[in-house]
Design a protein. Structure first.
Length: 382
């Protein structure tokens, strides 16, 4: 039995699977992206650690991005694919910067960096600089920095992955040991984020080529539980660190364990497609995923002074609900005012509110079960 299992495992790691090109969207991917975006927004409003542990949104989004990147690289040249990803993401950042950067100068920027550092607001190769006033807006931009680096490195990562699948996935986690030795803080920060989520990105490769589908379900469950439990145990053994997010290796292992199970699972999505209202919301959030991600922290930061001006405290024990309602209203305004930039970047018809006119049909799985090919939103790789 062990010999048969070993043979299965070896074949799963070595044999690529051809995908069938089908029309439509993978609603499971769409749903995962929506859950990730909603969880991120809720966590920014209510930063309870249990939310992050219950659904590690960043690992999930990077895994989706890796799967979609591998799919695009299989069909198009690397230059075209990388340009497409950059084109879809940067305009939304530029709009945010056009609002936040002048505001930081007008309010007053203590310890202002050299002006050339502002180029990171145009091409985020590193975390864009921000004043105390603009900190909430800039706080989320590490994701774009990490995402764009992973996109740029994907051709090389995919080449390595195809030649050493399990080692390629584990290598970034092991490499995190060396990151504290790098003397340049900016390089250390970007490198740590990059290596923390590179394993999830390459698990996206494994999803796209069918490797995860060929692995026995019980083995994937064991790997997932081992990753999640190992990350938590690591965190418990180092309480002085302050939490699992402050232990990059533990956090990387935890995210990878969670992601491997989610990507291996292939549920039917009829229940979503048949609920037109809910399905439409999933489509809407996917169409504005980048805008929601970039502006949710700004909306949350502004909801408190706005709420105080509106005397939300008069709601008594329901005052928190008042602030949440204001934050949602401000975020909705940002989506309505700036969201059309995502249509422009994706070369779609510009729409003020991209509410679907009819339900989106799910893409049928490929004959090999390796996933689907569909047009994705910019947040997960476009």
């Amino acid at each position: 039995m062990s010999a048969r299992l070993s043979g299965r495992f070896a074949r799963a790691l070595e044999e690529p699977v051809a995908e069938a090109e089908v029309a439509g969207r993978d609603r499971y991917f769409d749903l995962l992206r929506v859950l990730a975006i909603v969880r991120v927004s809720v966590f920014h409003m209510f930063p309870f650690a249990v939310l992050e542990l219950a659904f590690p949104s960043m690992g999930v989004m990077f895994a989706l991005g890796g799967s979609l990147m591998a799919n695009s690289l299989a069909r198009h040249g690397a230059g075209r694919v990388i340009y497409g990803r950059v084109r879809r993401l940067l305009p939304a950042l530029w709009v945010l910067g056009a609002v936040v950067v002048p505001a930081m100068f007008l309010v007053g920027w203590e310890q202002r960096p050299a002006l050339w550092h502002l180029v990171a607001w145009i091409v985020p190769f590193a975390d864009p600089p921000a004043s105390t006033f603009g900190e909430q807006a800039a706080e989320v931009l590490w994701y774009l920095v990490t995402y764009l680096w992973l996109v740029a490195l994907s051709p090389m990562m995919l080449w390595v992955y195809r030649r050493a699948r399990p080692l390629a996935i584990l290598a970034p986690i092991v490499a995190l040991v060396a990151m504290p030795l790098i003397p340049v803080d900016a390089v250390q920060e970007v490198g740590t984020d990059l290596l923390t989520f590179a394993a999830c990105w390459m698990l996206g490769f494994a999803h796209r080529d069918g490797t995860l589908r060929r692995l026995p379900g019980f083995l994937v469950a064991i790997l997932g539980v081992a990753g999640v439990a190992g990350g938590l145990a690591w965190s418990q053994l180092h309480p002085e660190a302050g939490g699992i997010k402050d232990l990059p290796m533990a956090y990387a292992v935890y995210n990878a364990g969670f992601v491997v199970v989610l990507l291996r699972w292939r549920p039917r999505m009829d229940w979503l497609i048949n609920r037109t209202g809910l399905d439409s919301w999933v489509s809407l959030i996917n169409s504005r995923a980048v805008t929601i991600y970039l502006w949710n922290n700004v909306a949350i930061a502004l909801c408190y002074p706005v709420g105080d001006a509106l005397e939300v405290w008069r709601l008594g024990r329901f005052f928190e609900a008042g602030y949440v309602a204001i934050a949602l209203a401000l975020l909705a305004d940002a989506v309505l005012i700036f969201g059309w930039v995502e249509d422009l970047a994706a070369r779609r018809r510009l729409r003020f509110l991209p509410w679907p006119s009819r339900p989106v049909r799910e893409a049928a799985p490929s004959v090999a079960g390796a996933g689907t090919i569909y047009r994705a939103s910019a947040m997960a790789g476009g």
